[in-house]
Design a protein around this ligand. Structure first.
Ligand SMILES: [Zn+2]
Length: 475
């Protein structure tokens, strides 16, 4: 018999805000040591009240618009009550009754074609803390740094029918959110629960659904889906076990899922409206403001770059990093040619980063510094090789390009009298090469030319030196 797998996803994404969702503690990327990013509000001290972070609403709306959702202009928060040591308030503030975004739709492309995935809703909520287990000492520690870090949860309809579709969707979310500065989506900042059921092909009723948690990478999600599909089919076909609706934990080392708990229902959490937070009303003015700040999509950016004459391969590298696109656009806005800037970034900057075992995403140079170097090379004030040397110093040591050029006298030497003196000296110092050249060995000129460039420490204009040198040797 043939079977059909049906999958729905709940994806949690940590938002790239500077502070937590209901207090002023730093956001997800701030903490260095356990519990160094905690205040009375996010550690659940009695009497503390939550204050909404406006940026969270804006990022959630932006994500909703990107995923084709309707935005609820009136949205409220609810308390989800349960006890766990990483949840100091013994409830999580989330949205059940009126989530901020609903009814979205996206298309995902796999080798089998395009599928439409319905987005049921996106809601805002706070993250829980983290338990750290020390098996050696047989103790567990609790770290509240992650408590109250803002999340959006994106809930899809059960519209996926293969692991390929799931992976394509998650890759798309990741690239969309990174490009939109909604989340960096680095490891741990994007977590996905997979609801899966299997039914004989053609059946109208869905099979028993299980929810899988604890997959820490896309590869683990793929493995978990394949394992769980096989487990369901085995149970249906050979009666190996009775399937029950439950939550299961994926163990990536063992390569299988284990029962965690019977699936709770909404009633188990005693949801009720949070009386400490006012409803949020998104009026037209605020909506327009958010829309005006919406980033162009990667596709629109790619087209813009293609029009500027940038190659397809280069575009692919550029649009995978929003930061790099911003650097390119800002540098171009300072009067540089886009195609030329792209070459500097993808060849020169990337080369320097590679030597330091860094990636393009680690590039840390201001548009101002990059444009200064590119312009100076373009105007012939420094030559290309020196340009690269300056770029290296800027990237590796964070120096100011203008000051660095000045301190190291790297400007192209334009004083013809001075250059002429250097050439005369080089001719006198290399009598053998001069004799060879005069005897017809054109290549011998290179030795004298090299001596001049060394003396000028690379700051000479090669064309000028070469022509002066030839002239002098003719006399
Ligand atoms: Zn706090």
């Amino acid at each position: 018999m043939k079977y059909e797998v049906t999958i729905g996803l709940e994806t949690h994404v940590e938002l790239a805000t500077n502070s937590k969702i209901f207090c002023s503690c730093g956001g997800h990327s701030s903490p260095k040591e356990p519990n160094d990013c905690v205040c009375p509000a996010c550690s659940g001290m009695p009497g503390m009240l939550p204050v909404m972070n406006k940026k969270v609403v804006e990022l959630a709306v932006t994500a909703g618009l990107m995923l084709g959702c309707d935005i609820n202009r009136y949205t409220t928060f609810d308390k989800k009550n349960y006890y766990y040591p990483d949840l100091p308030c013994a409830y999580q503030i989330t949205q059940l009754f009126s989530p901020i975004c609903v009814n979205g739709k996206v298309s995902v492309t796999t080798k089998n074609g395009v599928s439409e995935i319905g987005i049921k809703q996106i809601h805002m909520e706070e993250d829980a803390g983290k338990l750290v287990h020390d098996d050696w000492l047989d103790v567990s520690y609790v770290d509240f740094n992650r408590t109250s870090v803002p999340l959006i949860e994106i809930v899809t309809h059960p519209d996926f029918h293969s692991a390929d579709e799931v992976l394509a969707y998650l890759e798309m979310l990741k690239s969309m959110f990174r490009f939109g500065n909604i989340s960096e989506c680095e490891e741990g900042a994007m977590r996905c629960d997979v609801n899966l059921s299997v039914r004989p092909e053609g059946a109208t009723e869905l099979g028993v659904r299980t929810e899988m948690k604890n997959m820490s990478s896309l590869a683990a999600i793929e493995r978990a889906i394949k394992y769980e599909t096989a487990r369901h089919i085995d149970a249906l076909e050979r009666g190996t076990e009775v399937l029950v609706q439950e939550t299961r934990r994926w163990d990536d080392t063992k390569g299988r899922t284990f029962p965690m708990r019977n699936k709770e229902t909404e009633a188990d959490y005693r949801y009720f409206p949070d009386p400490n937070l006012m409803p949020i009303v998104i009026d037209d003015e605020w909506m327009d403001e958010i829309k005006a700040k919406m980033p162009v999509s990667a596709d629109v950016k790619a087209k813009e770059y293609a029009d500027a004459g940038i190659s397809e391969k280069e575009i692919e590298m550029l649009v995978s990093e929003r930061k790099v696109c911003d650097l390119l656009d800002d540098t171009a806005a300072l009067g540089c040619n886009k195609k030329e800037v792209a070459a500097w970034i993808l060849t020169d900057c990337a080369g320097i980063l590679r030597k330091n075992a860094l990636l393009l995403s680690d590039l840390n140079i201001s548009a101002q510094a990059l444009s200064t170097i590119i312009k100076k090379v373009g105007e012939g004030k420094i030559n290309r090789g020196i340009g690269k040397k300056v770029l290296t110093a800027v990237i590796e040591k964070g120096v100011d390009p203008e000051a660095y050029i000045k301190e190291n006298s790297l400007d192209v030497q334009v004083d013809e009298g001075f250059i002429s003196g250097v050439i005369d000296k080089a001719i006198l110092a290399n009598p053998a090469a001069v004799a060879d050249y005069k005897g017809g060995k054109e290549k011998a000129l290179q030795a004298i030319f090299g001596a001049c460039m060394r003396e000028l420490r690379g700051s000479g204009d090669p064309a000028v030196i070469k022509s002066l040198l030839e002239q002098k040797l003719k006399d």
